[in-house]
Design a protein around this ligand. Structure first.
Ligand SMILES: [Zn+2]
Length: 329
């Protein structure tokens, strides 16, 4: 006997034969929830009640490219692959709602071998397939670093180099040949990591990034154009960018404690948090203007004393530490 739900909250008990018939009818007549079309090979069911067309429409911002069926999972659902603009593979199944980022599938898709075991001293141990992360551009690089966390939530991990031609090598990044190989590829990987970061930056969206001229391009301009303004909502600190290197480095006018022209990076702007947890923001209402006009918006010397008071932090210290503390002040 089986229980089925025919409409809202209404359960019916039926025989196994009736259930099998309903299942067969359902499977033969499944349609997409979005467009009402019957699934077909051109219009496969790639996620829960969605065809490929409706799925692509739902995730249009992600710009996923469909990479076909991969396999079936343990419950018989078909696994579908999608590739995002940064070459990372996402998977869905006919029973899943949202695409999941998957480093293991990313490695398989781009033809990088995935080690099955690792050496723990003399001992050979099995690797958990779900805990991979990748450094490097899987599309263009011939060798990448892959890191396997040994357990969920564990800090312990083991590093490998993986070559597109089929080799893998467990390495120690800190010593010997592993360190030499790691350093050789590090620069290229860092550039890729910055590219990945800037591509998904909220602080500097794509439109702003494309608007900014390249570094040094306004070098000979006496009164260069300022394109972007970043600010800290809780102080006078403000950054005006005139140029950008496309990855991380800005040049512009920094209105800090000592206002000056200089370099600053997207990484440092994004990572900054004050004691209240406030980060840097971009002024969405800022319209491009000349540097001289920007300078005119602020008093020449920052009104440091007018900044809101810092939160009071009470530190309990014993006598010995107090002596030390006073010495520092
Ligand atoms: Zn559809």
């Amino acid at each position: 006997m089986k229980r089925v739900k025919l409409d809202y909250g209404h359960d019916v008990t039926i025989t196994d034969e009736a259930f099998a018939q309903i299942e067969a009818i359902t499977n033969a007549n499944k349609v997409c929830e979005g467009c009402g079309n019957v699934y077909s090979s051109e219009r496969p069911n790639v996620a829960l009640n969605l065809c490929i067309t409706c799925f692509q429409r739902k995730y249009t911002d992600q710009n996923y490219t469909y990479a076909g069926e991969h396999d079936t999972n343990w419950s018989g659902e078909t696994i579908h692959w999608f590739v995002d603009p940064l070459n990372v593979v996402y998977s869905t199944t006919t029973g899943s709602r949202d695409p999941q980022r998957d480093w293991y599938y990313t490695l398989l898709y781009w033809g990088f071998p995935v080690p099955r075991t690792w050496q723990d001293g003399e001992e050979t141990k099995e690797i958990n397939y779900h805990l991979w992360s990748i450094e490097g551009n899987v599309k263009t690089d011939q060798v990448i670093f892959i890191k396997n966390s040994l357990d969920y939530g564990s800090e312990r991990s083991v590093d490998f180099l993986s070559w597109k031609d089929g080799r893998t090598l467990q390495i120690d990044r800190r010593k010997g040949e592993g360190r030499r190989l790691f350093l050789a590829a590090k620069k290229q990987i860092e550039v890729w990591n910055l590219y990945v970061r800037v591509s998904s930056s909220v602080l500097l969206p794509k439109e702003m990034r494309e608007q900014l001229p390249l570094l040094y391009s306004q070098e000979h301009e006496k009164d260069p154009m300022v394109y972007v303004k970043f600010f800290h909502p809780n102080s006078h600190w403000t950054w005006y960018a005139t140029e950008f290197d496309g990855l991380d480095m800005f040049f512009g006018f920094v209105y800090g404690d000592f206002p000056e022209l200089g370099y600053f990076t997207l990484t440092e702007l994004e990572e900054f948090k004050d004691q209240l947890g406030l980060g840097i923001e971009r002024d969405e209402h800022f319209t491009p203007m000349r540097l001289s006009e920007v300078k005119g918006l602020h008093p020449e010397t920052p009104a440091v004393l007018l900044t809101p008071p810092q939160p009071i932090i009470v530190i309990f210290i014993d006598d010995e530490a107090q002596g030390e503390q006073n010495g520092r002040n």
